[in-house]
Design a protein around this ligand. Structure first.
Ligand code: CA
Length: 236
């Protein structure tokens, strides 16, 4: 069982990490919201312990962005007693449980085990576009009967484009929604990843569904043959 703890109070984080390790859990600790969100996006955890007040990005924003990225890992929110938010907010935003600080370690372990048993709470629908399908639960992408292996970033990009299918999406919209806010490279990275995706979701199948709309962005639509796609792109 692998747990991510996002907690900026170093002493508390270390105490909990040591305690959970003794209980047989593997625990990764991040000390701010941005690195917590990255870790939760890039790795697979059974439970996330998420502090509310965090440097760089607070726990609510981390949780919201996780759910927006279709990461349904159970989240146990750690809240301060007289915080600005309460447990109702936590549940509204998609937390699965919460604990008010200071909490008993035994209670924490019991709650973590309960969340592990319960598993991911939501089963979002499979996204479909023509013969392309994306299952957010299993993170599986298929074209027809063929399973397509994508990296985490390619998957995030495809998921975003599928949600916005048949709309032109700009590079900056893609950067804002798919890349971490801390990313400070240029937007050329988007073009690079669009290329990677095309080589995986289109080229092997003789279709051209992900096209460049010059000067505006990218457009993902239902299947169309490579020949038809090429003539459309020339016209754009
Ligand atoms: Ca804190």
């Amino acid at each position: 069982m692998r747990i991510l703890m996002v907690e900026d109070e170093a002493a508390l984080a270390e105490t909990v990490r040591r305690g959970l390790s003794n209980e047989g859990f593997v625990v990764d600790v991040m000390h701010d919201g941005v690195s917590g969100l990255s870790a939760a996006t890039e790795n697979s955890y059974d439970v996330i312990l998420l502090d509310l007040m965090l440097p760089l990005k607070n726990g609510y924003d981390v949780l919201r962005e996780l759910r927006a990225r279709s990461i349904w890992t159970p989240v146990l929110m750690l809240t301060a007693k007289d915080g600005e938010y309460d447990e109702t907010d936590a549940f509204d935003l998609g937390a699965d449980d919460y604990l008010t600080k200071p909490f008993s370690f035994l209670v924490l372990v019991a709650r973590v085990r309960a969340l592990v048993r319960r598993g991911a709470p939501e089963r979002p629908v499979v996204l479909t576009l023509g013969t392309l399908t994306l299952d957010p639960v299993t993170r599986t992408v298929r074209r027809g009967d063929s399973t397509i292996g994508l990296t985490a970033r390619e998957y995030g990009l495809l998921q975003y484009l599928m949600r916005r299918h048949d709309q032109v999406v700009s590079k900056s919209e893609i950067l804002d929604n798919v890349w971490d806010p801390a990313f400070d490279g240029g937007d050329n990275v988007v073009e690079v990843y669009i290329g990677y995706l095309r080589r995986k979701i289109d080229a092997p199948f003789g279709v051209q569904t992900l096209v460049t709309v010059r000067g505006m962005g990218y457009l993902l639509s239902a299947d169309r043959s490579a020949a038809a796609g090429a003539s459309q792109q020339r016209g754009a």
